[in-house]
Design a binder for this molecule. Structure first.
Ligand SMILES: [Zn+2]
Length: 224
């Protein structure tokens, strides 16, 4: 009882306080009209080529950030390479997608990060800097693991909740209505409504003067 209470109160969600910026990013410069589209939980066996296609057209060529689950990247190595070759940033979403904030061991957290990184390295993809913890919860153990692995926590500032199966127009309206300079949008691989929403999101935000960058581009130019 006491242990579960202690675990509960040590979890945090939401914006990072100033001292956390060294080891994490959830949004970019609020005065620069840049947006990051992020896709979690891939690569999936199907649907990834549709995302790649939707991010590219005659009118735009968007580079996004994909937080990959290592065991899926291993299983679907060819799809992982397709994402990489299309110019997208591939980042770490652990090896087996456990709730890291429930893990009492910093070493276990580091191992999840290392195993995912190893898969990408074996595919010849350069080691990524960002890790997004499954479920989004973070605590001091996770930050400790980030520091020791020289990784950064890659969070988000706008959750589309596309995993609920919400319809395309809701996803479009939410993003167009809520996006601000520096917004990092959370979406998921394997949700068809998200793929359908992408062209309207991209063109709508481009019309307002936004450019799309990968998380590492935003971080380099941002406030961290
Ligand atoms: Zn996830």
């Amino acid at each position: 009882m006491l242990l579960s209470l202690a675990l509960f109160v040590s979890i945090e969600w939401g914006p990072l306080t100033h001292e956390r910026h060294k080891y994490g990013i959830a949004s970019g410069d609020p005065f620069v009209r840049e947006i990051v589209l992020t896709f979690d939980d891939g690569p999936r066996e199907t649907g990834m080529q549709q995302i790649i296609a939707a991010l590219h057209s005659n009118d735009y060529d968007v580079k996004a950030t994909f937080f990959l689950v290592g065991k899926f990247a291993q299983r679907f190595g060819n799809i992982t390479l397709l994402l990489h070759n299309a110019g997208h940033e591939l980042a770490n979403h652990t090896y087996t997608h456990p709730r890291l904030y429930q893990d009492p061991s910093v070493e276990h957290i580091m191992l999840q990060a290392t195993r995912c990184d190893n898969v990408l390295e074996e595919l010849g993809i350069r080691k990524t800097r960002f890790l997004r913890p499954p479920g989004g919860g973070w605590n001091t153990r996770i930050f400790n693991a980030m520091r020791r692995k020289n990784l950064k926590l890659g969070l988000w500032s706008l959750n589309t909740a596309d995993y609920t199966g919400r319809p395309k127009h809701e996803i479009v309206n939410l993003v167009l209505g809520s996006a601000r300079p520096g917004t990092v949008v959370l979406m998921h691989s394997g949700t068809p409504n998200t793929v359908e929403a992408l062209p309207e999101i991209i063109m709508g935000l481009q019309k307002r003067g936004y450019t799309f960058v990968r998380l590492e581009d935003m971080d380099n130019g941002g406030r961290t």
